[in-house]
Design a protein around this ligand. Structure first.
Ligand code: CP
Ligand code: NVA
Length: 303
């Protein structure tokens, strides 16, 4: 695997390979078996948006694998003062062995890969969040045994999480349903692809979407960069809340997943969140293991 720019670039077999390696690395870490697949390697981590999980899990993952990570805030980089991505990519390729970037435009991530000569990993854009969804698939598989045939539902804004969940879910043989208000649907190209390649529905009817689900996802109503729309979005998304009433329509043993950070009382109630906290924090933990697998497969001696 050369880069991780978006899940649609990966085959189902490549996704499965990442999940299998992630499981192995998690097992090994829990049993004190160390790997130095990235000995002497450096990952640059460019952040144009805030992060808790992504930053800490990538930095820790690199350390576990014998390498190191550099936190590069766009506030301090020349990129923040207008140095072109083309130049930044070519310069950083001379120092680093890989770049993880969290930014706004997907085109910036694609351009880094185009102009640079080292692996690029997408740590979230407005368009998608592939690392998160790999961790999500890993968590569902851990809890449910297998992914194929399960029904995954996303309730809320058709944002970066919705886009990646649709692609990851369909590529893993899951049925995917999305419940979101008109005007806030996921990417049209992704929805078209999903309908052509699997069982996919998008509806404004939350109950219909959640019915018979095996796993229910939600995410914030206002993503990073949409802070000014917060008040308007609170009105639009009022009904789009994962709560016990909707969960009673899902399968009895249905999981709830949330990429975090969560806003209790908005996209999820405190009650439902706490009821499923063990699964949600497994999901957060699995960021570390899934990303270690991505790092090894892109930057390591296993590629
Ligand atoms: N879920 C996620 O990506 O979290 P951070 O924004 O804290 O990295
Ligand atoms: N949709 C959210 C995800 C945060 C991890 C955002 O982009 O802010």
């Amino acid at each position: 695997m050369k880069h991780l720019l978006k899940l649609s670039d990966l085959t189902p077999a490549e996704i499965e390979e990442i999940l299998n390696l992630a499981d192995q690395l998690k097992y090994d870490q829990q049993h004190g078996i160390d790997h130095r697949y990235l000995k002497g390697k450096t990952l640059g981590m460019i952040f144009q948006k805030s992060s808790t999980r992504t930053r800490v899990s990538f930095e820790t993952g690199m350390y576990h694998l014998g390498g190191q990570a550099l936190f590069l805030s766009s506030r301090d980089l020349q990129i923040g003062r207008g140095e072109p991505v083309e130049d930044t990519a070519r310069v950083l390729s001379r120092y680093l062995d890989g770049i993880m970037i969290r930014t706004f435009a997907q085109s910036e991530v694609e351009d880094l890969a185009k102009y640079g000569s080292i692996p690029i990993i997408n740590g979230l854009t407005d368009y998608c969040h592939p690392c998160q969804v790999l961790a999500d698939l890993m968590t569902i598989r851990e809890h449910k045994g297998e992914l194929k045939g399960l029904k995954m539902t996303f309730v809320g804004d058709g944002n970066n999480m919705a886009n990646s969940l649709i692609v990851g879910g369909i590529k893993s043989g899951m049925e995917v349903a999305v419940a979101c208000p008109a005007g806030y649907k996921p990417d049209a190209g992704i929805m078209k692809w999903a309908a052509e390649n699997g069982t996919f529905t998008c509806t404004e009817d939350i109950a219909a979407a959640v019915k018979d689900s095996d796993v229910v996802f939600t995410d914030v109503w206002a993503s990073m960069g949409q802070e000014e729309e917060k008040a308007e979005r609170e009105k639009v998304f009022k009904e789009y809340q994962v709560n016990e009433e909707f969960m009673s329509l899902a399968h009895k043993d249905a999981m709830v997943q949330h990429c975090l950070p969560a806003h209790r009382g908005e996209e999820i109630t405190a009650e439902t969140f706490e009821k499923h906290a063990a699964e949600i924090f497994d999901e957060a933990e699995n960021r570390l293991h899934a990303q270690k697998a991505v790092l090894v497969l892109t930057m390591g001696s296993k590629n």
